[in-house]
Design a protein around this ligand. Structure first.
Ligand SMILES: [Zn+2]
Length: 284
């Protein structure tokens, strides 16, 4: 279905005058297989005009690149998530490299990192696949999109060792402690904040930390279909998070930081363009 036709069918949201950039959305997830085009249109109509689709393994990174090529202002990353580290092919690094080099809308290497919470892949394998992707990003001078869960000390030690070789770095879906945040800021990382901060049971500690993030290092993301903001009203029936909910996360952050929603939208949008090396006016 053409995006323009769809966009006209959905009412404008109250924040449609601001422009938003969702830096992390998992549109290749099976949860979007039947309606990703509708959700892209709804996001655009809600002012979320720019999206970056997260690539989490070789297959989905290829799919994400194809999807990004089809729509204006859609971008993607190419990487292997720590959950998928044990399943890489022998050619995965050259596959990621060629996705990045041959598709102008593939803008970063990742998502990659360490996840010692789930341990779907053995920790030593996660470490090796993470280190190899950091080396690839360094060689390509590509931004990197990082994931860390319950692995901070191992993660930050490796990142420290590699940091001077890397360009832009984002630690996406940050849900850690003040010390962890300070470590990342010391390494001049961007910080990706999700709807986790809209969760009154477990997100308020992270919400309180956002004041420590310099305005020029804050990125926002839905991580859809995961992490539905808990305080959305009315509560969506399906429990599925959507990129059109990004302005809601922006509102929560703006009120915490005591800035206007439009100002927060403006600087997170500019940060996203700078992070991904996207020229302000281009649709390319
Ligand atoms: Zn992640």
């Amino acid at each position: 279905m053409p995006v323009d036709a769809l966009a006209k069918t959905t009412p404008k949201s109250e924040h449609a005058t601001e422009l938003w950039f969702d830096v992390g959305v998992n549109l290749t997830s099976g949860q979007f297989s039947t309606d990703y085009d509708l959700q892209i249109a709804n996001a655009m109509n809600a002012g979320v005009t720019h999206l970056c689709i997260t690539g989490t393994n070789e297959r989905e990174s290829s799919l994400a690149a194809d999807m990004a090529a089809t729509y204006p202002n859609l971008y993607s990353t190419a990487g292997v998530h720590p959950h998928d580290a044990k399943d890489v092919s022998g050619q995965y690094l050259s596959h990621l490299e060629s996705l990045y080099l041959t598709n102008p809308k593939v803008k970063a290497i990742g998502e990659c990192g360490l996840d010692f919470n789930r341990n779907y892949s053995p920790q030593d394998v996660q470490f090796q696949i993470f280190a190899e992707q950091l080396e690839l990003a360094a060689r390509l001078k590509a931004p990197v999109f990082l994931h860390q869960r319950d692995a901070h000390s191992t993660f930050v030690d490796l990142l420290k060792a590699k940091r001077s070789d890397l360009t832009q770095v984002v630690v996406h879906c940050f849900t850690g402690t003040q010390n962890e945040l300070d470590d990342y800021l010391d390494l001049d990382c961007y910080i990706g904040i999700t709807g986790w901060v809209c969760d009154e049971r477990r997100g308020l500690d992270v919400l309180a930390l956002v004041d420590r993030i310099p305005d020029n290092r804050l990125l926002i993301e839905t991580d859809a279909p995961y992490l539905l903001p808990r305080n959305l009203k009315p509560k969506p029936k399906k429990g599925r998070n959507l990129p059109m909910y990004l302005p809601h996360i922006g509102q929560q952050l703006a009120s915490q930081k005591n800035v206007s929603v439009s100002k927060l939208a403006e600087y997170t949008f500019q940060n996203s363009l700078r992070f991904f090396n996207i020229k302000a006016q281009g649709n390319g």
